[in-house]
Design a binder for this molecule. Structure first.
Ligand code: BES
Ligand code: MN
Ligand code: ZN
Length: 495
């Protein structure tokens, strides 16, 4: 999907989208266009009782006195209430309405006077919304009928100040590239994406200037990562630790760090999951998928920050060599863990990945993303991800950034009483709680591998995959967390 910007003129072919305000009122380009069309837009609005409600669309075919094929009236509601996010949603709605058209589509950005954002900025956000919605993972659908596939190849945004719009859109396009990489990685089936093939994809980030190291089993054994290796030992696929570095700030500047859970398939191991729905566990690497896409976004837009991304990659399988319930493993931190449930594997691999990141990189903060618990879906459904943190400022920054990009977080407590629930009689801790508060005890477990550094854990089990389309996120892999973290870095951590 190509998006271009050009100066505002009445196009001579294809489809033109014009913004209509609440109450069916014309503004900006629509007024001029209506004149050129001999009042056809006003008549169409009156005849169809189009109210201009935000996100609604009305089609006028073969508009008179033009050579256009159609005009789409796009309701934008009250223009003064249109913030960046609302404009992106409109872009997504336009794409959904025009994806199956073949001719060119032209967008106008609507009335200027009432909006807080200038025209080029609005044009860029509109384009970003189009772009995000236009993602599709269809490489394995070899027999899909042509008429069901999107045909639209190009959208042109018409705006006074096309050059400025192009400039504002450039970093957004880089973020979209990161989002798409994440969505691809998460959508791929588990026979295609496994730890080593995931690492190979991460290595392509070298092309955008990211340093990528991949640790194998031997190197991890040498570091003492017994918790991560214990999870991996039942799989024919060997584990990998992917370490990425983007150096966009001064050489010595303390990095920010992102850590992902990357279970490329979670059967549960010997504590095996039920057959029904097990296929969903291909996206149990969603956290790592976001970390790679985020690194790509930061590098792509040349963010002025030093950032580290660490992905803990394993497959969780039952096998003659698999870890048993009751096994005790020694983590890199030296702490021992009684593995009572092999399906609580995410916390085990993150224990070593968090410890490694903190020891090696001494980051300003660590944020880990993980499809960690089914319990977070019970608590928050798929509207908010769970946020757990040892630091109020970091929590606030994450929450605020999430609101700006519509990736909502809800903070849940950490407390000593919950920590007691993972004490073990046989080892330093056990990997499941005593019952109840399943997402919190999982977070308490992670916290035992974090020292003084500000840290947050995002439990994205409910938000990594979506069963329905939303304006800028087609159903499937969402890349939830990527735009949020990119935003937070841009707002607070760039020099
Ligand atoms: N990957 C799952 C969590 C999950 C469940 C993610 C559903 C997305 C959708 C995780 O590894 C897991 O199995 N957690 C267990 C923990 C339990 C054994 C303490 C769970 O949530 O049931
Ligand atoms: Mn599991
Ligand atoms: Zn899992």
């Amino acid at each position: 999907m190509d998006i271009t910007f050009s100066e505002l003129t009445l196009p001579t072919s294809g489809t033109l989208v014009v913004a209509i305000k609440a109450g069916g009122k014309l503004g900006g380009p629509a007024t001029a266009l209506d004149k050129k069309m001999g009042g056809a837009i006003k008549r169409a609005i009156a005849a169809s009782e189009f109210k201009g409600k935000r996100g609604t669309v009305k089609e006028i075919l073969l508009p008179p006195k033009t050579r256009l094929d159609r005009v789409l009236l796009l309701g934008i509601g009250e223009p003064e209430k249109l913030d960046a996010l609302a404009i992106e949603s409109l872009g997504g709605a336009i794409y959904a309405h025009t994806a199956r058209l073949s001719g060119p589509v032209y967008l106008t950005v609507g009335p200027v006077a009432e909006s807080k954002l200038d025209s080029p900025t609005r044009a860029a956000h509109l384009a970003f919304g189009v772009k995000l919605r236009a993602y599709r993972f269809d490489k394995y659908r070899t027999k899909e009928k042509k008429e069901n596939k999107p045909r639209l190849k190009r959208i042109t945004v018409l705006v006074d100040g096309a050059a400025a719009a192009r400039k504002a859109f450039a970093p957004m396009a880089k973020v979209a590239e990161g989002v798409f990489m994440t969505r691809d990685l998460v959508s791929e089936p588990p026979n295609v994406i496994y730890p080593d093939s995931f690492a190979a994809q991460a290595k392509t980030l070298k092309d955008v200037g990211v340093e990528v190291e991949v640790l194998d089993e031997k190197q991890m054994a040498k570091l003492g990562m017994g918790a991560l290796l214990g999870v991996a030992q039942g799989s024919a696929f060997k584990p990998r630790l992917v370490v990425m570095r983007w150096n966009g700030a001064a050489k010595g500047a303390q990095p920010v760090a992102f850590i992902g859970k990357g279970v490329t398939f979670d059967t549960g191991g010997i504590s095996i999951k039920p057959a029904n729905g097990m296929w969903d566990m291909k996206w149990d690497m969603g956290g790592s998928g976001v970390v790679v896409g985020l690194m790509r976004a930061l590098a792509g837009r040349k963010a002025k920050v030093n950032a580290v991304g660490v992905c803990a990659m394993v497959e969780n399988m039952p096998d003659g060599n698999a870890q048993r319930p009751g096994d005790i493993v020694r983590s890199m931190s030296g702490q021992t863990i009684e593995v009572l449930n092999t399906d609580a594997e995410g916390r085990l691999i993150l224990a070593d990945a968090l410890w490694y990141t903190q020891e090696r990189f001494k980051p300003q903060f660590m944020v880990n993303l993980a499809t960690l618990t089914g319990a977070i879906i019970v608590s928050l459904g798929n509207l908010h991800a769970g946020l757990f943190s040892n630091n109020d400022e970091l929590s606030q920054r994450l929450t605020d950034a999430g609101k700006k990009v519509d990736e909502l977080l809800w903070r849940l407590p950490l407390a000593d009483g919950y920590d007691r629930m993972i004490d073990s009689d046989a080892a330093d801790m056990k990997n499941i709680g005593d019952g109840g508060a399943g997402s919190i005890t999982a977070a308490q477990f992670l916290q035992r591998f974090v020292n003084k550094v500000p840290w947050a854990h995002l439990d994205i089990a409910g938000t990594t995959w979506s069963k329905k389309d939303s304006p800028t996120v087609p159903k499937g892999a969402t890349a939830f967390g990527l735009r949020l973290l990119d935003r937070m870095v841009a707002d607070h951590y760039e020099t």
